[in-house]
Design a protein around this ligand. Sequence first.
Ligand SMILES: Nc1ncnc2c1ncn2[C@@H]1O[C@H](COP(=O)(O)OP(=O)(O)OP(=O)(O)O)[C@@H](O)[C@H]1O
Ligand SMILES: [Mg+2]
Length: 567
Amino acid sequence: MDHRFSSLLLYLKKLYLLVGKKVFTIYILGLVSGCLYFLTDLAIAFNFQVFLSFLGLADPSIVKVPDWVPQKSLNFAVAFLLVIGFLRAILQWIQTFMQGAAVESFKHQIRSRLLKWTFGLDVPSTQDTILFFNERTNSASIAVSGLHTMAMKATTSLLLGLELFWLAPKTSLYVVVFIGIASLPMRMIDKKISKLGGGIKTEWDHINSRLLVSLKNYLLLRIYGLVKNEEQSINDSLGKYLARILSVFNFNGLKFSTTQYMGLVLVCLVSLLKGPNNEMASGVIASYLFLLLRFLQSLSDVAASTTTINMYWGQMQDFAELCYKKFEVNQDTNGQRQLSRISNPVGWRVQNVSFSYPGVEGQPLFHNFDLNIPAANTLVIHGPSGSGKSTLLNILLGILKPQRGKIIATLGNNEFEVNQIMAELLEAVGYVGAESFIIEGTIRENLLYGVNRKTTEDEIIRALQMAECDFVFGFPDGLNHMLSEHGTGLSAGQAQRLSLVRALLREPKILVLDEATANLDYETELRLVKTLEAIKTNMTILAVTHRPALLRLADIQLRFPLNSNPL
Ligand SMILES: Nc1ncnc2c1ncn2[C@@H]1O[C@H](COP(=O)(O)OP(=O)(O)OP(=O)(O)O)[C@@H](O)[C@H]1O
Ligand SMILES: [Mg+2]
């Protein structure tokens, strides 16, 4: 018993972690409202006897009601019913609201935690995040709603059951035995639904990832004439998904209708028997039957909510893993920012580093890799796609952690392991990638988004000129020109040059250029290279390029893949 109690506590604790404080509180309120609902049922049931006697349908001598039910007049009985009905309506209102609140609070908290988890990871997966953020959250919230219904209805039915026992113990014993036997086939149906529910999730994941792959490769599919095949294949999976869902609804319907019918049979039996040995007075039978009906209704609601929970519990459990384990993953990426600012170019010493991505440990991208980058030098990395260039940049900055080896950053005469000073390092970086990060807002807002120091208008204008961004002065509202989320209205090259301005405004001591000139024409690129040549002594530049122009800047060149001969 003790063991059972502690495992119940553990279960509740896990549930608390999973659904969050707000939803858990709503569950508790659900229990309370279940109790109150029971009380209104009770009042109506006994008032029923009073009604019957005042209407002349029952002999007043057989009416047996507790003292708190008034027996004054028909009008009084009506008023009593109206008051109870009003309280019940308010209770229903609150319950409906709480049901919605539980679902939406759960979604909100799980999505915030997902965001924290995603942005706390070294290597977030777009596909998983989107899947969890949308479909999985919605499905799991159905289970949350089911749990809420269960909490309310189970409380009501438990109390109603006890009340029935109190009114007529023998009759109620028969009722319980009957329900016990009748629930055996229900259990089998539940098992079936639970199994089908697990499959729903897998089926959906399959459809989702296939669609994502197809969309990513849409151009290829067009060229190879495979669009129709792909559509067909996804449609087939959708068909299977539909079949599975329909099968769940089929079993669900069977369960629901059987419960209802069993209920009816039970009511008939109780009425016929009038209680074994005429246990109840006729008046009490009226209340008993009303409460029995309410009991069966609540029980069938509990049964329906177990179906819902069984169906969606798998989706919920995926979050359980997130809540208990993955949320603990490094939350310190951007750490405390009170560290002192790096004011000189940074150097690196990479010693004996081995690195591989999770899941492909057998094929390390770097194996016993060494590299020396003196401060204020420019390292230009070039080599084929997928050879590990961007990975190396991430390793140098401490964002990706190698499985073996040391990465030392040199600041003047001081040396630090990069992961100890990652926050400081990142603070000192200006970054331009092949994709530009443009948000909805004015050009000024875009340029200053992520700039960690005070800037003057003059500085912005100077940086714009340095980065060959004279096009900004051509807009009628200049720096106040509005940009949309994806930078519509700008060419890829213009967006990239704005990214360079943003990087320069941070006054970086480390400038990271990952294919930063990929979208520029040769002349613009050359002019930029000249600008960089003029300012490069003041910073360490780490550049990745497929194109020759940036090679002019290089103090050190690194050619990938690493096992080929260096230049
Ligand atoms: N998050 C990841 N998980 C697993 N493998 C990854 C991940 N990111 C990159 N890789 C793999 O590591 C290899 C190196 O990737 P990286 O992005 O460093 O290449 P790259 O040289 O920068 O290529 P590109 O020139 O195309 O940008 C690739 O084979 C890539 O598939
Ligand atoms: Mg890359």
